[in-house]
Every structure is written in structure tokens, then in C-alpha cells.
Design a protein around this ligand. Structure first.
Ligand SMILES: Cc1ncc(COP(=O)(O)O)c(C=O)c1O
Length: 360
């Protein structure tokens, strides 16, 4: 991707060609339909742009958590089927039917609130003790859903589950999750339901276990280049840059930043970047950025709005561009590097970028 960086602000450049390539890879890996999961603003990459790109590349469904996110996709003119799977009881459920949004139903309370005409995916907890109906509740939920279906109030088109440990394909919890899902589908069928869309797998399971694909796979991280199981190289879609605001020469011993946690060991040059933890840069990291092709350490405490880089030589100028992370092809740090430095996962880095970072 050709990069012509913004010289006025920190900027997140989204490579939609990379998203398209990733979507095509998933398309080619499965006979199931592909749902592009674009929750949390498309994992920080822009929900509408990622959704459009993935649909053009062969995805047929869109998935989000909240109804609000689903309606944003509708407002943007996207017509593909959309599933929303996490809504509090106070959500505006009537809007799902009005705006043609499918709803996941994890409980009897949710089922009672779903508006007439809604297409429903019953959600079974297959091992996270998080969202989805508990196995004890499942038969009753299926029975009640079938009753609502016979009354012409709803249509049960899907059954969904989610795997807790798919990032480790060897974890026995995966097979247990598949068994729980198969059992849940069998129970649903025994109650007279005919869910045409069974869906369990997200990115990692889709890449590693075709036995989890069923009728539809839900791909979020993979679209933006993250394989949680770290086995399949995907295309990184996000590059974060920031222009150097100022450069100063400091003498050996000069303390830098709040708390004076770092002192220049030798005479050096420091570059100031307009980016801090308020923009999603993790505060407690020892990390590097790349300026003019060279890796340079961040020094001193990262502030809310700014950070300081030890560029060492006198060649860096105000206006030069620092690459915070990118695909790594030019030697710059990657999102995976940052996740490692911060002791977290790549998802948290890419979804954490703040509103001041300009998206392009
Ligand atoms: C229920 C559900 N399905 C699918 C996904 C997408 O997962 P991934 O980003 O690993 O593709 C998520 C995201 O966490 C999820 O919560």
C-alpha cells in the first residue's frame, strides 16, 4: 500500500485491499457462508468500509453485537443480512423487525421482547458461561421459540454458539464446544425448529477446523489481518502514523516526562509525537516506533496526548513521520509487537484507538 501520511495529525490508514484479500481467503477456505463481523467499528477499522469491502469480496452476512451498530449499517445503505447478538432487555427490539435486522436470542426474557416479524437465531452457550442460553434453559427456550414461531410471531432461522478456546486448536474445550453445539441443534430440531443457519466458528476455528464451519462462519479479527491462533499469515489492514511535532537536543542526564522515569544516558535527540494513552497507546509499555526507517525507543512515561522518542541522531526533523505500527514489511513495528509489549492481544490495540486519530 502506498502511504502518503497526514502531516497534521496522528492517522490510522486502513488498507481495504488487505481486508478484501483476507475476506477472499476465508471465502476460499469454507463452503459455509461468511459473515463479516464488524462490531466495535469494524475492529477499529471502520465498520461500514470493512463491511462493504467484505461483501464485495464474497461475504454474504454482516454481524455486530448491538442493535445500534446494526442500524448504523442500515443507515449507511447496506442491504445484506445483518445479525445483532448482544442486546440488553431495554434495547429497542421493534427496530430490528422494522429495519430487517436478525436478532440472536439468548434467554426467555429476550424471546418475550422480540417484536413480531423478527428473524431469530437462538444463541446457546457452548462453553464460555458468557452470552447465550445455559444448557439447562435451552430446551425450554427452544420450546417457547417454537410456540412463538407456530403463532406466526417470529421465525427461527438460526442457532449460534461460540468457542472459548479456538485460538488453541489443540484445546479439548473445542471438541466439547462442538458436541454441546450439535446437541443443542438436535434439541432444537426435536422441538420442531428447522434452523437453516447453524453457526459456531469465528476466525480461529474457521482457519483450523473445518468441522466447526456448519452453514455460516463469523469472521471479525481475520478480516483485519489478525489470526488469534497465529498460524495463518493474513494481511494487516491498519497502519498508524504520527508526525513529529518537535525535536530537541538534550544533554546526558536530562530527565524526561512525568515522574522522571527515564534520563538520557548520553547526549541525544528527542522527538515529540502527538499521540498518547488518550489515543489508545498503552501507557505502561517499553515500545518502539520507526522514524525515517529507523527503530527508536519511546522514552519516559507516555502521557495522555504525547510521547517522546529517543531518535539519537540529529537527522530527524519536525514534520517527519513516525510509523507506530504497520504491516512490518518496511521494518516498522506491527500490531502484534505492540500487543506483546503491552501484554495483551492485537484486538485490544486496534480497537483501542481514540477519536482524535484521523481515519483514512
Ligand atoms: C459471538 C462472536 N462471534 C464471532 C466473533 C468474531 O470473532 P473473531 O474476531 O475471532 O473472528 C466474536 C468476536 O469476539 C463474537 O463475540
Amino acid at each position: 500500500m502506498e502511504l502518503t501520511p497526514d502531516r497534521a495529525a496522528a492517522e490510522a490508514v486502513v488498507d481495504l485491499d488487505a481486508v478484501a484479500a483476507n475476506a477472499r481467503l476465508f471465502r476460499a477456505r469454507t463452503r459455509a457462508q461468511v459473515m463479516a463481523v464488524v462490531k466495535a467499528d469494524g475492529f477499529g477499522h471502520g465498520a461500514v468500509a470493512v463491511a462493504r469491502t467484505a461483501l464485495d469480496a464474497g461475504a454474504t452476512w454482516l454481524g455486530v453485537t448491538s442493535l445500534t451498530e446494526a442500524l448504523e449499517l442500515r443507515d449507511a445503505g447496506l442491504r445484506a443480512p445483518v445479525l445483532s447478538w448482544l442486546n440488553p432487555l431495554g434495547a429497542d427490539f421493534s427496530s430490528a423487525a422494522e429495519r430487517d435486522v436478525d436478532l440472536a436470542v439468548p434467554s426467555l426474557e429476550h424471546l418475550a421482547l422480540v417484536a413480531p416479524g423478527t428473524r431469530v437465531h437462538l444463541h446457546l452457550d457452548t462453553g464460555l458461561a458468557r452470552d447465550g442460553a445455559e444448557p439447562e434453559v435451552w430446551p425450554v427456550l427452544c420450546a417457547e421459540a417454537r410456540r412463538a414461531e407456530r403463532a406466526g410471531r417470529i421465525r427461527v432461522v438460526g442457532v449460534m454458539g461460540h468457542l472459548a478456546c479456538a485460538d488453541d486448536p489443540d484445546d479439548p474445550a473445542n471438541a466439547a464446544g462442538v458436541r454441546a453445539f450439535d446437541h443443542g441443534v438436535a434439541v432444537a430440531r426435536r422441538h420442531g425448529l428447522r434452523p437453516a443457519l447453524r453457526h459456531l466458528a469465528a476466525t480461529a476455528a474457521t482457519l483450523n477446523d473445518p468441522g466447526t464451519h456448519y452453514d455460516l462462519v463469523r469472521i471479525g479479527a481475520g478480516l483485519v489481518g489478525i489470526d488469534p491462533s497465529r498460524r495463518t499469515p493474513l494481511k494487516t489492514a491498519l497502519t498508524l502514523t504520527a508526525p513529529v511535532v518537535a525535536v530537541r537536543r538534550v544533554a546526558a542526564g536530562t530527565p524526561v516526562g512525568y515522574g522522571h522515569t527515564w534520563r538520557a544516558p548520553v547526549d541525544t535527540h528527542l522527538a515529540l509525537l502527538p499521540l498518547g494513552y488518550g489515543d489508545g497507546v498503552p501507557r505502561g509499555v517499553e515500545a518502539e516506533v520507526q522514524i525515517n526507517g529507523k527503530r527508536c525507543p519511546i522514552v519516559g512515561r507516555i502521557s495522555m496526548d504525547q510521547l517522546v522518542v529517543d531518535v539519537r541522531d540529529e537527522h530527524t526533523r519536525a514534520g517527519d513521520i513516525a510509523v507506530i505500527f504497520g504491516p512490518g514489511e518496511g521494518g516498522e513495528p506491527t500490531v502484534a509487537d505492540w500487543a506483546g509489549w503491552a501484554g495483551t492481544i492485537e484486538h485490544e490495540i486496534v480497537t483501542g484507538l481514540g477519536r482524535r486519530v484521523v481515519r483514512r
